[in-house]
Design a protein around this ligand. Structure first.
Ligand SMILES: [Zn+2]
Length: 225
């Protein structure tokens, strides 16, 4: 599995390239299907496409974790230049060739991409699980969580809490790869977030909502940038 996290301008956005360079089982190496998925191309679709081409990978899927403009900004560029299928959650306002539901899986060479519907920041949000790596978009960042409130139409802190509790059920070794570089490191694990992310340490929904409302003071008190 080839995996690349690519800085994609915008608001410290991250784009991702997930590729399978392996030959299919029993296949002839020269006939191997070498394909990739691009997730949240954001403002760097050209750079991500060049990276795919440098590895000899055809783009099979163009996936967005959710429909916020900074995450789908690069999709049209990629769809105009490749035969890729655009993939988003079925509730997305953007009509795609492939609309997925919770727990749907897509094959990518010998890999499987699993989609977890994780609303809260926005109703159409999905996380993408690929070979022990979880692309968490804007629901979970390193040491922080995605925004809710009047700036984010359709957001719902209760749904976000439920989505985060669900992610906490994953194997602690699952790697966390967020949609923005907002944390102390560009990636983490579910175990590390469970042990250190203040929002995931909240014991109740009420505590979670209180922390969201008082995050500025909390950050100041704990020296978090
Ligand atoms: Zn967003």
């Amino acid at each position: 599995m080839l995996f690349r996290q690519i800085r994609a301008e915008g608001d410290r956005n991250f784009a991702y390239l997930i590729g399978d360079e392996a030959a299919p089982e029993g296949g002839v190496k020269d006939c191997a299907i070498k394909e990739c998925a691009i997730v949240d191309a954001s403002y760097a679709p050209q750079r991500v496409l060049e990276e795919a081409q440098a590895h000899g990978l055809g783009v099979r899927y163009v996936i967005s974790t959710h429909s916020h403009p900074d995450h789908i900004a690069g999709n049209d560029y990629l769809l105009e230049r490749t035969d890729a299928v655009e993939v988003m959650h079925e509730s997305s306002p953007r009509v795609c060739r492939q609309m997925v539901q919770d727990n749907d899986e897509l094959e990518l060479g010998s890999l499987r991409l699993r989609f977890l519907h994780t609303p809260g920041h926005i109703p159409d949000h999905v996380c993408v699980l690929a070979g022990g790596k979880l692309l968490t978009g804007d629901i979970l960042f390193v040491g922080k969580v995605g925004g809710t409130g009047s700036h984010f139409p359709g957001s719902d802190p209760r749904q976000q809490w439920d989505s985060l509790q669900r992610l906490l059920q994953l194997d602690p070794a699952t790697e966390v790869w967020p949609g923005h570089d907002y944390g102390a490191a560009p990636s983490s694990t579910i175990g590390r977030e469970a042990a250190g992310n203040p929002f995931l340490l909240c014991k109740t929904f009420e505590e979670f909502v209180y922390l969201k409302a008082h995050w500025a003071e909390y950050k100041k008190a704990h020296g978090i940038p």
